[in-house]
Design a protein around this ligand. Structure first.
Ligand SMILES: C[S@@+](CC[C@H](N)C(=O)[O-])C[C@H]1O[C@@H](n2cnc3c(N)ncnc32)[C@H](O)[C@@H]1O
Length: 271
């Protein structure tokens, strides 16, 4: 049963945006750190268009299940990655109890909790239930999401912070979820928790086509979701905000970074 869905980044082109921004080498490195390897049955929770699921499938010889609450993303995933065997895709909302019990060796959750600010604990509990005792939960998410740019003009910075506060309040978005992962895992009773942090965005000098597309989509989404916030906080209005942000982002003096926080923990053998 899928609840009403309001995925913040929903658009006609979301599957393409997610494909374009996926760096296969980075995913494989992250998966190695998380312990995805042969003999492990893996759940990719919030799998999006399936490209990451297919990369994880290269590292294990067991079944891998990709799960997402978007039927649009799942039909894309099935079409592009579902024919390869050992990969199944299922439609489900992580906020609801999952249709599995203690059967996965590893659950991987990348860039998903940030869209579920009010349900972080519930999702972690649901995922704990599908892990076998001794299995690992791996949470990978961003901190200070969209907020670390220099030299961002003050008026853009001010409007950006207002927009992010609005998205937190009204769209369940959590730009600071990265810093919460350890505590979430600890409070959920996981053991042997390990943390790591890597740069996700590290953008300086000339911007690549992929980064420009990704950030243009983010700004378009912000304008679409928060036009009144921009009108109230940016003298040039949404159009001016869009063109000023693009100009800033195209300036080779600009530096932008976002830390990726990785957290893995083990479900106790006895609870
Ligand atoms: C930014 S994408 C990340 C996709 C992929 N995990 C990756 O690393 O590229 C977030 C995905 O999580 C899905 N998602 C967000 N909240 C969800 C929920 N409560 N239940 C199931 N899927 C969810 C969205 O539909 C979207 O496909």
């Amino acid at each position: 049963m899928v609840k009403s869905i309001e995925y913040l980044m929903e658009s006609e082109e979301e599957e393409i945006r997610l494909e374009l921004k996926t760096d296969p080498r980075a995913v494989i490195e992250q998966a190695h750190w998380c312990g995805v390897n042969k003999g492990k049955k893996v759940l990719d929770a919030g799998c999006g268009p399936g490209i990451v699921t297919s990369l994880l499938a290269q590292l294990t010889d067991c079944l891998i299940v990709g799960l997402d609450y978007s039927s649009k993303r799942l039909s894309y995933a099935k079409k592009h990655y579902g024919q390869k065997g050992r990969i199944e895709f299922i439609l489900h909302d992580l906020r609801d109890e999952l249709p599995f019990r203690e059967e996965f060796d590893l659950v991987w959750v990348r860039f998903v909790l940030e869209y579920n600010k009010s349900s972080l604990r519930k999702i972690v509990e649901n995922l704990k239930d599908v892990l076998r005792p001794g299995g690992s939960l791996c949470l990978l998410d961003l901190d200070n999401n969209c907020l670390a740019h220099y030299p961002l003009p003050d008026k853009l910075k001010h409007a950006l912070h207002k927009i992010m506060s609005f998205l937190e309040e009204k769209h369940d978005f959590d730009p600071y979820v990265g810093r919460k992962l350890y505590t979430l895992m600890h409070e959920a009773g996981f053991e042997g928790i390990k943390m790591d942090m890597r740069p996700h965005h590290l953008i300086y000098g000339d911007v690549s086509h992929g980064d420009m597309f990704n950030w243009t989509k983010k700004v378009e989404m912000a304008i679409q979701k928060a036009p009144f916030i921009i009108e109230d906080n940016y003298p040039a209005g949404p159009e001016g905000f869009f063109s000023d942000f693009q100009e800033f982002f195209n300036d080779p003096r600009r530096f932008t970074y976002t830390p990726l926080i990785m957290c893995k923990g083990i479900k106790p053998l006895e609870s």
